[in-house]
Design a protein around this ligand. Structure first.
Ligand SMILES: Cc1cc2nc3c(=O)[nH]c(=O)nc-3n(C[C@H](O)[C@H](O)[C@H](O)COP(=O)(O)OP(=O)(O)OC[C@H]3O[C@@H](n4cnc5c(N)ncnc54)[C@H](O)[C@@H]3O)c2cc1C
Length: 403
């Protein structure tokens, strides 16, 4: 039974990176913000390649200065065709300086990013963190009543649902989701190596999916290895020495001797897109709205653009004296996010499927695409610019402008 109502301006559900970023942006925009976050069950050993716009947004929010020393720049990105197939693509190398940047972005361990976000959020006067679990949400014409498991009940005109892929907020908003599972999992591990990475990320395209090494500070890198689930389980069962040898073999020793660090992640590959990104006073951000395979470092970069966009819309509505969770504000948010999320999801899906395909013309088309990228400068530079700063969506924060 929902009885004791406490009025708040915005409630964010979910204390992952997307929820924390939305909460900081809202609070900095002058909106009283409560974040309800459940502690994650297990440690997250993943890293995030934050593209330039995301790092700019975090700098504008005062977060980047708290974690920049834990991040490594990504100056060069290499794609190497390791499929061993008849029609192989040439190696393609993208350099950030070709488009006038020092780096495409920075790679950081999720634990350091979340810690910096939490520190920044706690320092804001109009931010309150409730460590707890949202249990029930009841939207009505004027607001949403949110019951916390075993605790108080909150109410706000707008809820930001940042509660991940199995989102209770999405369900409460009555938003359907389209899901597709791939026959692959991503194995994640951080590692030390004897040779320097030279700020270069290398993606080997293998028949099972990409094997991607991304630089971390010093002689360390993170690995995302997309492969068949049975092969992933066999690798996870190996001891540290055996796994290090397998990784060294698969990486053709480009980083020299490999030594894996403790912690291995296993993530089934899924694509999921909510039919709408906001409804019934609930706006979805991050994986509550979209899940894409970890190929091309797009997932959280999209999630941060969601966070920046909902804060921009809500703050503008409040300043104009309009309803921050009303139909118009939510429709505007949905419109702002549609093209960006749709185009990234499609691109990652196509790339992954061309790798898995045994159909020669598909392999040929992929090889030709990469050949064109390698040989035609304007196409390559346009792709690099689009990867770093998508034309479909550049919220103010991504441009370095406060909300
Ligand atoms: C292997 C791998 C590599 C990746 N690499 C990159 C990359 O390089 N670049 C990139 O941009 N993206 C990357 N991604 C994607 C990125 O990791 C995700 O987009 C991101 O972690 C999602 O963040 P989120 O805040 O939306 O969700 P989550 O991190 O899932 O956070 C949701 C939070 O909500 C909480 N929660 C859930 N339900 C409730 C409830 N009822 N009440 C209260 N709290 C609740 C959960 O406990 C959790 O803390 C990668 C993904 C994978 C799998």
């Amino acid at each position: 039974m929902l009885n004791k109502h406490v009025r708040q301006s915005v409630i964010v559900v979910g204390g992952g990176p997307a929820g924390l970023t939305a909460a900081i942006a809202l609070a900095q925009g002058g909106i009283d913000t409560v974040l309800v976050g459940r502690r994650p069950a297990a440690g997250d050993n993943r890293t995030t390649a934050l593209l330039a716009g995301s790092a700019t947004a975090l700098a504008t929010l005062g977060v980047w200065e708290l974690c920049a020393d834990k991040a490594a720049p990504l100056k060069v990105m290499r794609i190497v065709d390791d499929t061993g197939r008849l029609w192989r693509a040439p190696e393609v190398k993208f350099e950030a300086r070709e488009i006038g940047l020092d780096a495409f972005g920075h790679n950081i361990e999720n634990c350091h990013l979340v810690e910096a976000l939490e520190r920044r959020a706690r320092a804001l006067a109009n931010f309150r963190l409730i460590e707890g679990e949202a249990f029930e949400l009841a939207p009505d014409e004027h607001g949403v009543t949110l019951a916390l498991k075993g605790r108080e009940t909150l109410r706000a005109p707008l809820i930001v649902g940042a509660d991940g892929r199995h989102s209770l907020c999405r369900e409460a908003a009555g938003i359907a989701i389209e899901t597709r599972d791939y026959p692959q999992v991503a194995l994640t591990v951080c590692l030390r190596h004897s040779r320097p990475h030279h700020d270069t990320s290398t993606e080997f395209h293998t028949p099972g999916g990409p094997f991607t090494l991304v630089p971390l500070p010093g002689q360390r890198s993170s690995l995302v290895w997309v492969l068949d689930p049975a092969d992933a389980d066999a690798l996870i069962a190996l001891d540290d020495g055996e796994l290090s040898d397998e990784i060294e073999r698969a990486s053709h020793s480009i980083l020299g001797k490999i030594e894996v660090e403790p912690g291995r992640g296993r993530f089934p590959l899924t694509r999921a897109t909510a039919r709408r990104f906001a409804r019934n006073r609930i706006a979805l951000v991050g994986e509550a709205a979209h899940v894409i395979p970890p190929i091309g470092a797009q997932g959280l970069n999209l999630g941060l653009r969601d966070a920046a966009a909902i804060a921009e819309v809500a703050v503008a509505a409040r300043r104009a004296g309009r309803d921050i969770g009303g139909f118009n504000a939510l429709a505007q948010y949905d419109r702002l996010r549609r093209a960006d999320i749709g185009s990234r999801t499609l691109a990652v899906d196509l790339l992954n499927r061309t790798l898995l395909s045994d159909f020669l013309p598909v392999q040929g088309a992929r090889g030709l695409g990469l050949y064109m990228l390698d040989h035609i400068g304007p196409i390559r530079r346009a792709l690099m610019r689009e990867g770093v700063a998508p034309r479909a969506s550049q919220p103010r924060l991504m441009r370095g402008e406060p909300i």
